[in-house]
Design a protein around this ligand. Structure first.
Ligand SMILES: C[C@@](CO)(OP(=O)(O)O)[C@H](O)COP(=O)(O)OP(=O)(O)OC[C@H]1O[C@@H](n2ccc(N)nc2=O)[C@H](O)[C@@H]1O
Ligand SMILES: Nc1ncnc2c1ncn2[C@@H]1O[C@H](COP(=O)(O)OP(=O)(O)O)[C@@H](O)[C@H]1O
Length: 308
């Protein structure tokens, strides 16, 4: 039977927030051991791959100018790695529709890379298994494995070793997106610096938080959100304190810096509260833009053209 080669494949690439992020000491390889609870959120990029005469990357959306389109874009390396394994050249055009804030601590680049793995697997009919994709993902970055898997998961190692976490129902979030991004390695270095000169408070274990997730209770979850990188992000961008305060004053149950920041993620009661808090926060002048999201959502998935 002849297999039909699709003209293009589009994949949805969700963002993430770290509900709990415990950072260990600096390892000899330059990374830190993490213990983190990820949740995939509905705010997403869309990645489309189509055959072309050479590898090309195009980025669309209001933030496109701050995303590279050369080999420093993570999707470029992702395409080269899949092509090498398939024994072919990576002659594809990759189009990224950016919805995730750039350098915002929401894994935008990692989500695009994960989406590229899934999209090329489908475009080229490779039939790669999850473990093949996971192997490539871990080489691309610490967050890429989670972006493939989505939902809610506990990450250890650099963050690439995952076990699924039971999460009941849907949690609602308001995201305050800052004007400028923060560099992930710079934030980790700042944490090392702060720890060398005083040891800022560390988040404890995640047991109670995992329980609150299983119960699907945002009120129980709110006080348990914690991020060791928050003190470093606030040290580099002190204005984020005002953003965090404004979200809670606007009615959020709690606010946290997402990953390495500077996006601030506010947990709210329900969809209605999300709309109210987002309107109030937009008017407070403490961030560039505000988005509403919910989670958990599945990881990178091919978009069914009939449904999009
Ligand atoms: C902090 C987190 C939390 O989920 O996400 P973001 O906030 O950036 O989205 C991740 O650990 C980021 O993962 P990712 O963005 O894939 O980072 P990588 O490319 O693997 O690493 C970039 C750099 O961050 C530092 N790094 C990253 C992960 C880790 N466990 N320890 C580290 O020290 C290292 O300096 C590394 O060179
Ligand atoms: N596909 C991509 N999307 C966004 N940024 C990318 C991408 N590929 C490479 N980058 C680079 O990676 C940096 C970190 O981006 P991003 O993944 O959005 O943030 P974070 O690591 O905070 O989650 C950006 O400043 C940009 O230079």
């Amino acid at each position: 039977m002849l297999s039909v080669v699709p003209a293009s494949v589009t994949v949805r690439a969700p963002s993430k927030v770290n509900l709990h992020l415990a950072v260990g000491d600096l390892r000899p390889d330059g990374y830190h051991d993490l213990r983190t609870v990820f949740q995939a959120l509905s705010l997403h990029d869309q990645v489309t791959v189509a055959p072309a005469d050479t590898l090309r990357v195009e980025v669309r959306g209001p933030d496109a100018a701050s995303v590279p389109t050369d080999s420093s874009n993570l999707v470029w390396r992702a395409a080269e790695m899949v092509a090498e394994r398939a024994g072919r050249t990576p002659d594809v055009e990759i189009t990224i529709d950016k919805g995730i804030p750039v350098a915002g601590g929401m894994a935008g680049g990692s989500a695009d890379a994960a989406a590229t793995l899934v999209a090329l697997d489908a475009l080229w009919g490779l039939g790669a298994g999850r473990s093949d994709l996971d192997e490539i993902a871990a080489q691309l970055g610490s967050d890429v494995n989670f972006c493939l898997h989505g939902n809610t998961a506990l990450g250890t190692g650099r963050g690439e070793q995952l076990v699924p976490v039971l999460s009941r129902g849907t949690f609602h979030w308001v995201l305050a997106i800052a004007k400028d991004g923060l560099s992930t390695p710079v934030v980790f270095r700042e944490l090392d610096r702060l720890r060398a000169s005083g040891d800022p408070q560390r988040v404890g274990d995640a047991d109670e938080l995992l329980h609150a997730l299983g119960a699907g209770d945002p009120h129980a979850l709110a006080p348990l959100l914690g991020n060791d990188l928050q003190s470093a992000a606030l040290s580099l961008n002190p204005a984020l304190r005002r953003t965090l305060r404004a979200g809670v004053e606007a009615g959020a149950l709690a606010g946290i810096v997402s990953g390495s920041g500077p996006t601030c993620a506010f947990l709210v009661d329900d969809q209605r509260a999300a709309v109210e808090v987002s309107a109030e926060l937009s008017g407070a002048g403490v961030c560039r833009t505000v988005r509403i999201a919910s989670g958990p959502v599945p990881g990178t998935r091919v978009v069914d053209p009939a449904r999009s």
